[in-house]
Design a protein around this ligand. Sequence first.
Ligand SMILES: NC(=O)c1ccc[n+]([C@@H]2O[C@H](COP(=O)([O-])OP(=O)(O)OC[C@H]3O[C@@H](n4cnc5c(N)ncnc54)[C@H](O)[C@@H]3O)[C@@H](O)[C@H]2O)c1
Length: 387
Amino acid sequence: MKNVNVAIIGTKFMGKAHSNAWSGAPKFFHLGLNPVLKVACGQNERGTREFAQTWGWQETETDWHKVVERPDVDVIDICTPTYLHKDIAIAAAQNGKQIFCEKPMALSYAEAREMYEAAEKAGVLHYLNHNYRRCPAVAYAKQLIDEGKIGQIFHWRGAYLQDWITDPNFPLTWHLQKKYAGAGPHYDLNSHSVDLARYLVGEVAAVSAMMKQFYAKRPLPGSGAGTFKSGEGGGEMGEQTVDDASFMIAEFENGALGAFESSRFASGRKNYNYFEIYGSKGSLAFDLERMNELQFLNLDDPVDQQGFRTILVTNATHPYVAAWWPPGHIIGYEHEFTHAVVDFLAAMEKGTPIVPNFCDGMRNMQVLEAGIVSAKNGCKVAVADIK
Ligand SMILES: NC(=O)c1ccc[n+]([C@@H]2O[C@H](COP(=O)([O-])OP(=O)(O)OC[C@H]3O[C@@H](n4cnc5c(N)ncnc54)[C@H](O)[C@@H]3O)[C@@H](O)[C@H]2O)c1
């Protein structure tokens, strides 16, 4: 089997999730290409060395520019804060590397378009990691929709709610600064919901949004960038420059209406990525915190038996599941990343595209940016008007 040398840039939350996927994929799936964990790149030498030892990366580097130029690297896996995605992805494309990139794609629609054009011009494979598409229950929802089981879709209702920054002592990490993150939960969380809505319902035509910041200042972190916990800030305060919650309503091109709620101030909600889809023949509901389950209402059932049924999406006939455990032996968050790696390697082997890709990411950013313009100007904004 042909080896594929992977380089990962970024070694914290997503660095771990991706490392686990690259090393785990060949153990469970029959792959045509064998991923080699070649080089890990992080900001500091010692931390990167420890990360490499833990996760099985052969070599380390602290300068991403050197990594993307290495002739022995085939794939660049981007797990850095959002503001670095554009420069790394474009440099990777120009060096002929295949690109596996974290979301949200970039700081703006214009940046995302540059990334897409660079990747297309270079003819490299590009993938944007909206991992929830590859949760078996979500992939199964897509299958039911494609089979016509839901009929004409009337409504999308999505909520992506967390609560990790409700404590005013949570420090001013990169996530809370516009220059690094682009926006708050509107980019971080709504980007996932918009991706799921585009995947399951269709293209968004126009949006209207409101956004709110609850705390203007945060304690500055003790040192560097990274994942921090409440109370880890120093005494000095810094200005938070992103929204804390974003509510957006939308019209889809196919006539459906949608609602997107995102917040990192929803006390008690940890990673509540929830959606409902209502159609002429049935309805669906999904909650990531019950990720092995899909709620399905079938209007073809006899009227007196109608109601949402809970499908445990763990049969070998369900998407991705056959490679794992017997029915009922549930899987978790990390498996979505493994599925992404499996599909990425298959696309690389066959020379076919993978979705979501930089084109999807670019359209996603266009919708999100339309939301930002709407919130700023207090009006409905057509997605096509974002240039
Ligand atoms: N798919 C998902 O569900 C999901 C979940 C969380 C985060 N993300 C996205 O993944 C990306 C990374 O987020 P995270 O939570 O892993 O962040 P993090 O803060 O936990 O880790 C960021 C990593 O990037 C490294 N880094 C920063 N600047 C660097 C540089 N110049 N050179 C090399 N390394 C550098 C840091 O050292 C750190 O290892 C973000 O775009 C984020 O939006 C996606």
